[in-house]
Design a protein around this ligand. Structure first.
Ligand SMILES: [Zn+2]
Length: 159
């Protein structure tokens, strides 16, 4: 994990060297303290959570707190009873499969923001997914070519 953070900081620093104007987008997570690039609209804010899970965890905690507080009220208690009765009657609908694993989504969204900041244009999530798929394909191609070359070499010079 520490080496992952280190290589992330190396990338972040080289990005900031190429694009010094992005320095104003540099933000620090108020939960875990990691530095990250935020949307320019958030520039200068001190209350941001990083895209590596902290902001999502914080949102979830808040929403849990909200609903716990609500269901403690008499009005909420009645509603919860109705909800529970209904839940017992109707089975939960199946969740449609998403092309992106839910755990990966915050990372991809962050890559979106990063690429958008570097290229100076809005970048869609699908573009990032396409880009990553292309990179993986290319890596695989290079590897296959290398194996092919080794096989060819072995054919010419058998051991
Ligand atoms: Zn954080």
């Amino acid at each position: 994990m520490a080496s992952l953070v280190l290589s992330y900081y190396v990338v972040l620093r080289s990005v900031l060297r190429i694009k010094p104007e992005l320095r104003k987008c540099l933000a620090r997570c108020r939960h875990c303290g990691i530095f990250f690039l935020s949307d320019p609209r958030n520039a200068g804010r001190q209350d941001l959570g990083c895209p590596f899970g902290c902001s999502r965890a914080h949102r979830q905690r808040q929403s849990t707190q909200r609903s716990v507080a609500y269901y403690r009220e008499p009005e909420g208690r009645v509603k919860k009873q109705a909800l529970n009765t209904r839940r017992r009657k109707t089975p939960a609908p199946p969740v449609p499969p998403s092309p992106v694993p839910p755990g990966l989504r915050p990372f991809l969204q962050y890559v979106c923001v990063m690429v958008g900041l570097i290229e100076g244009r809005p970048v869609g999530l699908w573009e990032v997914i396409e880009m990553l798929e292309r990179t993986v394909r290319q890596h695989r191609m290079v590897r296959t070519r290398r194996i092919d070359q080794s096989v060819a070499w072995l054919n010419e010079q058998p051991p």
